[in-house]
Design a protein around this ligand. Structure first.
Ligand code: 16G
Ligand code: MG
Length: 566
């Protein structure tokens, strides 16, 4: 029996009638929220609207966020994820409620879940709530946003604030800023102006103000998604004197030709290890965003080496290198104690082993591993004063602790700085970083601005950056199996627990391979098991990946055709 007032139950009844749950579908909240064919998501959107309102009510009316996007997935897909008031991903406890609500088909079931969630938070149905919601460029967005709005209208006292077309990180920013005014102004102008000012000041402090270094041409592949208009708006707001001149390609301007994520964007570049066709010829520096602009990788076509990719590992390495060496200037000047601020780089098992070796051995950085999925890395990074985190696929950012901010404020106030220009410049640069780098979530635009600033301050070409270390040859492949849930992992996805015995068999395949490494994990976004292998040569990495894939296929009821060559 529902404990909700009659008018709310009436709203639920109307909503369930308009947005019935398709019978055959079982919904799950994966690493990136609910994501699937857009045609199957109307009922989910309605329920997410209700849940977002409840989450906000449970948090005393703090603003929460809802982002309608399917990131790098093809056009017919869509998805939705919830954002906490701090800009973080939804807490696991509410992921469970989200799944239960998404799978509820009757008014009674849904009413009971909603009432239970309100009761668990000891909050009345008419307590205040605020929800900001936005969407990417998909054609299904308007229809799904209407379903979301119907859900947001179920409970009373919900301030539902549409923010329209935004990148995922912009939505996270808007939510965080609306709860923490010191973080920024909660508008898109506020977002743009904050990044523009911080980037410009960082260049000045780093001796690379406009015109002082020719960084060469930059192309940005917008994946025909929301990152293209978002970046164009930032550049327009920055004006012609801004020290970043980017040509945006795959900008989605002609829907007939510019298809979202089709032969475009970070996922295409990283997965295929090749440039998008439109940038196949250029030798200039290129950055590629994904469809919702929370991921970025760089690449260029080298006359001698061909296509060169600078993935999330390379971004993390350059950022960590720049931050630690700039901090060292303050340590050397006696302004910060050597161990005062902790710095770590958080990676996943997909990080190229050469990057880990570089970070540990050349930079002396702490490197920690977590399971795949941004939220795991983000939380691990928060344990450090400077937490650099990146997945190899380009998801990542740098988070700074309150102690970091306090320490730099203390240094900035030190009168000795006046007579120590290098230390003063280092202190100013470090003090600006929390504003340059989006603290809420990985952000392609903000990450790109930080990288562009480092290249200019350090006078580095993209080839210099690529040469920080040389990747170990590697291969990523996937195997479809009857039931991927029989695969469970431990040790940050690096080892299998189940199926029993399979890890020993993998170890036996890896043992004879020079510099060999391999692991297997079930995908959180596709119905497959992923296999990754590294070795000292490409042939050996390929052979190891094939051998492990065959093992998985043979022992776990492989489905369809097994990949036998690359
Ligand atoms: C999602 C995750 C990403 C992860 C990927 C792994 C977010 C926002 N995105 O896209 O971090 O790398 O899933 O996919 O958390 P997989 O489980 O299919 O390998
Ligand atoms: Mg994305």
């Amino acid at each position: 029996m529902s404990l909700l007032p009659a008018d709310i139950t009436a709203n639920l009844t109307a909503g369930i009638a308009s947005y019935p749950k398709p019978d055959s579908v079982v919904y799950s909240y994966g690493t990136a929220g609910f994501r699937m064919a857009a045609d199957l998501l109307d009922s989910v959107m309605f329920k997410v609207g209700i849940l977002a309102a409840i989450r906000s009510k449970a948090l005393g009316g703090a603003c929460v966020g809802v982002m309608v996007t399917a990131s790098h997935n093809p056009v017919p897909d869509n998805g939705v994820k919830l954002v906490e008031p701090s800009g973080d991903m939804l807490v696991p406890e509410y992921e469970k409620i989200a799944v239960a609500m998404a799978n509820a088909s009757t008014v009674d079931e849904l009413a009971e879940l909603a009432a239970a969630a309100l009761a668990a938070a000891s909050v009345a149905p008419d307590a205040p709530a605020a929800v900001r919601y936005g969407h990417d460029t998909r054609p299904s967005a308007n229809r799904l946003v209407a379903a979301l709005e119907a859900g947001l209208a179920v409970l009373p006292a919900v301030d539902a604030i549409p923010v329209g077309l935004v990148s995922t990180p912009q939505l996270h920013y808007l939510v965080k800023a609306s709860n923490e005014p010191q973080f920024g102004i909660a508008t898109l102008d506020g977002y743009n102006n904050k990044l523009i000012a911080a980037y410009t000041q960082l260049l000045e402090a780093g001796g690379a103000g406009n015109g002082e270094f020719d960084a060469g041409k930059l192309f940005v592949d917008g994946a025909n998604g929301v990152g293209a208009p978002a970046l164009a708006a930032l550049l327009a707001a920055a004006g012609p004197d801004f020290a970043l001149h980017a040509s945006i390609v795959n900008d989605g301007s002609d829907p007939e030709v510019n298809i979202l994520n089709h032969e475009a964007g970070a996922d295409y570049v990283k997965s295929n290890q090749m440039p998008p066709p439109v940038l196949a010829e250029t030798a200039d520096r290129c950055a590629a965003f994904d469809g919702d602009a929370d991921r970025v990788v760089y690449f260029f076509n080298s006359p001698s080496a061909g296509f060169v990719l600078l993935d999330g590992d390379k971004l993390a390495s350059l950022m960590a290198d720049y931050i630690s060496s700039t901090l060292q200037v303050l340590v050397d000047a006696g302004l910060v104690a050597a161990d005062e601020l902790s710095l770590a780089v958080i990676q996943t098992a997909y990080a190229n082993g050469a990057s880990t070796t570089y970070l540990r051995n050349e930079l002396g950085a702490t490197v920690e591993f977590t399971k795949t999925g941004v939220k795991h890395l983000h939380h691990a990074a928060l344990a450090y004063d400077i937490g650099v985190y990146f997945e190899a696929n380009g998801h990542g950012t740098v988070v700074f602790s309150p102690k970091y901010v306090e320490t730099l404020a203390r240094v900035a106030a030190n009168p000795d700085l006046a007579t120590a220009p290098p230390a003063a410049a280092a202190a100013t640069q470090l003090g600006l970083l929390p504003a340059v780098v989006n603290q809420a979530v990985g952000d392609a635009i903000s990450d790109m601005l930080f990288i562009e600033a480092i290249l200019r301050i350090r006078r580095l070409s993209v080839a210099d950056w690529a040469a920080l270390y040389t990747e170990h040859p590697n291969r990523l492949t996937k195997v479809a199996v009857a039931d991927r849930t029989v695969f469970t992992t431990t040790n940050a996805d690096q080892q299998l627990v189940e199926p029993t015995g399979m890890q020993d068999a993998i170890d036996a395949l890896v043992a004879p391979v020079d510099a060999g490494r391999a692991f297997v994990r079930p995908s959180g976004t596709e119905d497959v098991v992923r296999v990754y292998a590294e070795a000292s040569s490409q042939d050996a990495a390929d052979a190891l990946a094939l051998a492990v894939a065959k093992l998985v296929y043979d022992t776990a009821d492989g489905v369809g055709e097994l990949v036998t060559s690359f």
